[in-house]
Design a protein around this ligand. Structure first.
Ligand code: CA
Length: 221
């Protein structure tokens, strides 16, 4: 399985990333400063780097410059604050493969990681996720049920994506909250139930099953 180097100095975000990637089956190493990140990217055998830009000792741009300076094709996805448009542009010009703005949803980052890792191996259609007759194109963000296309809001889309990535599996409210609303959520909120209702209205009432005391499950035939 692919090995991911996570360079992030905020412990909450680092552990959120680590848990998510481990759950998705990846091997991870978290480093908290830029100098260690640059060393680890050189000395260890990683398949991809998640690189926060604001890091102690060496910032993300310098780390990226060092990795690219060695002529390495190692895929790098940068994490950047929403306001940092300038940083994002500089990052892409510096040779980053992609970027994700904070706050971000784990599913979104994971989708981008998968695309980058697949770029290196087989061409396959990394952009299409399907379960039964539900299909989602993560690049165009189009969703169809059978031959009917359906319009989803950003959160509805994120929730459906989470279900599609775990077909037939029961997802707890807590899991859906952290996947869809990110690390920045109120655990007492009932948004999950509200959005399951919205999705049922758009996909069909029986598509998402309530599993009492546990959560919700996407019904796939
Ligand atoms: Ca930081």
């Amino acid at each position: 399985m692919a090995r991911i180097l996570i360079a992030e100095d905020e412990p909450g975000i680092a552990s959120f990333l680590e848990k998510g990637f481990k759950a998705a089956g990846y091997t991870t190493l978290v480093v908290e400063d830029g100098r260690t990140a640059a060393h680890a990217a050189r000395d260890a055998d990683f398949d991809l780097v998640i690189l926060d830009l604001g890091l102690p000792l060496m910032d993300g741009h310098e780390v990226l410059a060092e990795i690219r300076g060695r002529g390495e094709r190692l895929p790098v996805i940068i994490l950047t604050a929403r306001s940092g448009v300038h940083d994002t542009v500089a990052g892409l010009e510096g040779g980053a493969d992609d970027y994700v703005t904070k706050p971000f949803r784990f599913e979104e980052l994971l989708a981008r990681v998968k695309i980058r890792l697949r770029d290196q191996t087989s061409p396959g259609d990394a952009n299409l996720i399907t379960a039964g007759d539900i299909a989602m194109d993560v690049r165009t963000r189009k969703v169809s049920v059978g031959d009917r296309e359906t319009e989803l809001s950003a959160k509805e889309y994120a929730m459906l994506e989470t279900f599609l990535r775990h077909p037939g599996q029961v997802l707890s409210r807590q899991q859906l909250l952290s996947h869809v609303w990110g690390y920045d959520f109120d655990p007492g909120s009932n948004v999950v139930d509200v959005y399951v209702g919205y999705l049922r209205r758009k996909l069909g009432k029986d598509r998402i099953e309530t599993v009492r005391g546990m959560g919700y499950r996407l019904v796939v035939d």
